[in-house]
Design a protein around this ligand. Structure first.
Ligand SMILES: *Cc1c(COP(=O)(O)O)cnc(C)c1O
Length: 354
């Protein structure tokens, strides 16, 4: 960032930092002292400001409360070895927020506004970035329609905000997932590629049913025929089959994950064959049975890589090879962690230093 937009800063009177155990923060429970906000009205983004973290005042007729006119992002900042603050691929999140905005009929938040707000907020709340191994500062940008109007039409007013909070290491136990062939997350022509509120509300009930059956997550399948796997919860789905990285193409029903893109890039760097193509349930089951599926995992900001140990389909559990044997995904995880913490070279300029 060279030019910084003008942002008005109001500091908190009383930092909450001393009440927080930064060595062991709990995800989603603790928020940093400040938040960034900007409002859209009269056709422009205005009133860029950083204020103490606090509640919003919203009309009960607010259109987002009724019709889910909201989009969000999720990214992380890490504490580098020399105390510096490093954010992983924030420009990619800024761009994806714009993609989501177009689909949801919202005015885009310019990338410079997103980046300036983020940079100033993290400068102010830099002491909130934890340094214990595996910890990070989770960053949640959010854009929502603000018209106090219950008619259904695009809003004239919007808010954009960024909140942050320290999060602990994500001890991802290998997960058991169930291939879902009844419920649908996203359909062709729908909003699956947008990070928009309603997608997640609609996924709760199917996920809960899978949990009742003893599974951690679902694998969503295509809405048309339920024959092809798509993604898993809030992670993209990746397989290693006969030493090739295989993943469903990020079309309009799959979220275009930044972790997914990063892993594909690392795999290509290593000379690994990468296939972005439809993956049928039949292929998953066949390769599992025939011992050709070496690795399966979810890719997303929360866990980076969540190993899958069991895939269930039509009442049968299929087991995958031991996590220790998974040389590809273990090496992607290691490399990504090293890049994020500034311990490895960053050939693709993924790291943004505050
Ligand atoms: C956010 C998200 C992902 C992962 O995206 P990252 O950019 O890697 O964090 C995957 N699927 C869904 C549905 C998501 O919401």
């Amino acid at each position: 960032m060279t030019d910084t937009l003008e942002i008005q800063i109001t500091r908190t009177q009383q930092s909450k930092l001393q009440d927080v155990d930064l060595s062991n923060p709990v995800f989603g429970k603790v928020y940093s002292d400040h938040m960034f906000m900007a409002d859209f009205y009269n056709g422009e983004w205005k009133d860029l400001r950083i204020v103490p973290y606090g509640n919003l005042q919203i009309s009960p007729a607010n259109t987002t409360l009724h019709y889910a006119s909201s989009i969000f992002e999720g990214l992380k900042a890490y504490r580098g070895e020399n105390g510096e603050i490093l954010i992983f691929r924030p420009e990619a999140n800024a761009k994806r927020l714009i993609t989501s905005a177009h689909r949801m009929c919202m005015p885009p938040v310019p990338e410079e506004l997103f980046m300036s707000g983020l940079q100033e907020l993290l400068k102010l709340d830099q002491d909130w970035v934890p340094s214990a191994p595996g910890t990070s500062l989770y960053i949640r940008p959010l854009q929502m329609a603000m018209d106090p109007y219950i008619g259904i039409r695009p809003s004239d007013t919007y808010s954009f905000m960024i909140i942050t909070g320290p999060v602990g290491p994500y001890y991802s136990k290998p997960v058991k997932v169930k291939i879902e062939t009844h419920y649908t997350r996203a359909a062709p022509g729908g909003t699956g590629f947008a990070k928009t509120g309603g997608n997640y509300a609609a996924a709760l009930q199917p996920a809960l049913e899978a949990q009742k059956e003893g599974y951690d997550q679902l694998i969503w399948t295509d809405a048309r025929e339920h024959l092809y796997v798509e993604e898993s919860g809030t992670m993209n789905l990746m397989f290693v089959i006969e030493d090739k990285l295989v993943t469903p193409p990020a079309g309009d029903s799959i979220l275009h994950g930044i972790t997914r893109d990063s892993i594909i890039t690392l795999a290509k760097d290593q000379g690994m064959t990468v296939e972005e193509r439809p993956v049928s349930i039949a292929e998953v089951i066949e390769t599992l049975k025939g011992g050709k599926m070496q690795e399966a995992f979810g890719a997303g900001t929360a866990a980076t890589i969540a190993q899958i140990k069991t895939i269930a389909y039509e009442g049968v559990d299929y087991e995958l090879p031991e996590v220790e044997s998974r040389k590809y995904s273990n090496s992607f995880l290691q490399t990504l962690n090293n890049i994020k913490e500034g311990k490895a070279e960053d050939p693709h300029n993924w790291i943004y230093q505050v």
